[in-house]
Each structure stands twice: as C-alpha cells, then as structure tokens.
Design a protein around this ligand. Sequence first.
Ligand code: 4AD
Length: 458
Amino acid sequence: MKHTDIKDIFTKKEYIGTTVTVCGWVRTARDSKNVAFLALNDGTTLQHLQIVIDKNGDCVLPEEAAKLGTSLKIIGKVVANENHGTPEINAEEITVLGICPPDYPLQKKFQKLETLREIPHIRVRTNTFNAVFRVRSVMAAAIHRFFQDRGFVYMNTPLITGSDCEGAGEMFKVTTIGYSDKYKSAEEYYADDFFGRKAGLSVSGQLEGEVAAMALGKIYTFGPSFRAEKSNTLRHVAEFWHIEPEIAFCELPDLIEFAEEMIKYIIRDYMEKCPEELKFFEERVEKGLTEKLLNVVNNDFAVVDYTDAIELLKKADVQFEYPVEWGCDLQSEHERYITEKIYNKPVFLINYPKDIKSFYMKQNPDGRTVAATDLLVPGVGEIIGGSERESDLTKLLNAMKDKGMSTDDYKDYLDLRKYGTVPHAGFGLGFERIIMYCTGMQNIRDVIFYPRTVGNIR
Ligand code: 4AD
C-alpha cells in the first residue's frame, strides 16, 4: 500500500502543499457541526498527525472512522497549521481499513503500567511502549556497531546446553519426556531423553564464548539467556537479552576500560538518535534523565575494591535489612547505596571474595579474592557482571573441586587451558537493565516485549 510515513510529514518541509496518502490508527477524535479532527498515529513517531475534515466539503467522514483504534487510509493535502505551524492534513478521502469496537482497551489517555502489563499485545500501541521499543531497537544497533567497528566477531552460542555456566542451578530443563517412576534413577531418565543426557536452556553463552575467543581473538554474543530464578523483583526476568564479549589477551583493567567505553558509546548514540523519545522519558518518566546521562558520558566511572566497599557500607549511617560483613554477597540495597548515595555515578566494584563468585574467575594472588567486576548504576543496580578468567589449568581444577563441581561436564572448557591458554576476560551486559537505566523505566517487565517471570507467561 503506497503511503507516506507520518514521521516524514513532520520532519520534511517539502511535503507542505502536496497531496499525500497516510495510514494509521485513530488516537483521538473530536467532532463538531462543521469540522471534525482526528489524531492519527502510524507508529513511526510519537507525534500524532492532525487530520482536518471539513464537513461542508466533499470529504465524507464514515461514522465508524471517528472511533479510537480504528485504522484508516487518508488522502489529503498537507498544510501548516495556522496557529503553531505544524503540518496537518486537510482530508479529501477517508477509507476505513479496520473498525475498532468500544471494548478497545486503550480508551483512557493514561493507563497504569500494571494494567497495561496484562495486555502486552495492545500496550505496544501506546506512546510509552512505542518509545521503549524504538530505543531498544536503536540500542541493539548501537551495540552491534560498537563491536563490529572494533573487529569483534558476532557469535551465536547455543541456547540449549549441557552445562550450567554459572554453576548456580538456575537452569530451565529441556526435555521431551516427563519423569516417571519407570526410571530407577535420574541418570536412567536422562539417558532415555532426547539428548541422552541432562540438558537445559543456557544461562549464559560465556563458556562457548571463551571457546570462540581462543580462536577468533575478540568475540561477542547478543541473544537470550534464561534463568529459572524465582526472584520476583523489578529487575529480574526469566528470559532476558544478554550481550557477552569475550576478549583474548585481556586483563581486568583492560576489561573495565572497555566496558566503560561501550556504555558511554551506547548512551551517546541513544541521545543522538532518539531525541524525541528521550524528551518523552524526561517529561513523563524520570525528571533529570538527560542530565544524568550527560554526566555519565562526560565523567569517569568509579572503580572500587569490594573490601573498601564493605568498609564504606559498615560506616554508613543506615540500617540495612541484610547485615554487611566481608565475604557477604552484596544485596541490591547495598549496591544501590554505593552507587546512589556514596558515588552518585556508575561504579565498577572489583575483586570480590572467591567463595561468592563463579569457578572460572581469575584467582588473585591474595588467595581469597577473584578478579571479578560488577558495574553498578544508580536506580538500577548491577547492569554488568564479568571477570578476567582463570587461565591456569591447575588453579581452575582446584576451584572446581572446592565448589564440588564435576570436571567431566567441562572437558571442552578445560581443554582451552590445556592448549595454548592465554589471559582473557569478558562480561555480560543485561540488555533490559541498560534500557531501564537509559529510559528511567522502573520495572524490567516494561522494557521487554513479552516478559516472562514466575507464574507469568503468554
Ligand atoms: O552477572 P551475570 O550472572 O554474569 C554472567 O552470566 C556471566 N557469565 C557473564 C560473562 O562474564 N560473560 O549476568 C550478567 C548480567 C547481569 O549483570 C544483569 O545485567 C543481567 O546479566 N542479568 C539479568 N537480567 C535480567 N533478568 C535476570 N534474571 C538476569 N540475570 C542476569
């Protein structure tokens, strides 16, 4: 169907005075004796195009056209509005493409995000979700460009896997048969299943990413990861999109520098390409968002040792729900205190106790910490988790033994340390988390198309 995008009508002056065909859905309708106004939106911009219908002229306004949600094709002349100069259309012909009955759920101008969550197939038609998903798309492109411009190879790591990368037991099982008491043991059951062994949905592409980095040098993945965590929080979903670079010949300080460069690149690109959406989020979602993001791109991130962070938290004049001691896993309240109250900017926390981190992290000479880093940002908390990897086979085997892991499941991974091991490092960026940070949206369920959480799937 040949037609002009509404965005083009607003942005290209040459349309003024010409006759165009536009298509879209009715967002508001006002009718009076002599004239009717429709606000039309086709999804290409947050702005609605005003359609003016002179009821004394030749254009017929079909009765069902002036209803919220109705889809229309309109031929008409683009004119500049007398009062504010913005383009509008003097309609000449209106065709109804699809009627919309009064039970259409978006009758009210503003609806609560909770209510909209119940109708994911309709909520995308609101300006909030239009803005969120456009930003998501622009950011995905920025991420690919960032890595491609720097010579990284995009790898598609498997989604079905036989190993649990984080070793945290949060994997969804992949099976074609249900367990029944005809099996005498779990082993017998898995042996009978599709893959002949236990399989699950990948929590991270890192282990395969490391395999690729040992051949291609610099790689990244960008795909979904799955976590069967039952944490029903504002920042966890069971299916999230994960960006995981893995870099050979790279140590922790190089990794931190690189992660900061990447975050700044993504934010700069978003600010440049999405001014309309940024303005929308600034006005409707988070006051001061633009200034916050400008501060991020124009200043250095903080780098803080876990041990120092614990001291700062102990001295803090607040009663935390979870007490703080060296060796504890930081809770969201601690992370947020560090990044929001102490530094008020993004913070790389480094050198965590080895007992609370994954087996593959590089062991520091002190014998009790690992060269890990999490990037914490105000308002969201952790958006990146990463580390230098343990490249020494003996140390890696010892770490696995300490954590009670079976080395049989990780034979391929261990071969990487056997055949030409090198210092290397990588991290995982949660795509939804950085979108939350850049839009000010408070709930992760509102930055992903179809959120999957405990007890909720559609
Ligand atoms: O810190 P995580 O668990 O690290 C890994 O998976 C490493 N294997 C990454 C690597 O080194 N290649 O997860 C990385 C990031 C987190 O910082 C967070 O942003 C996001 O992934 N994330 C989640 N996002 C939404 N919902 C969840 N349930 C998430 N779990 C992790």
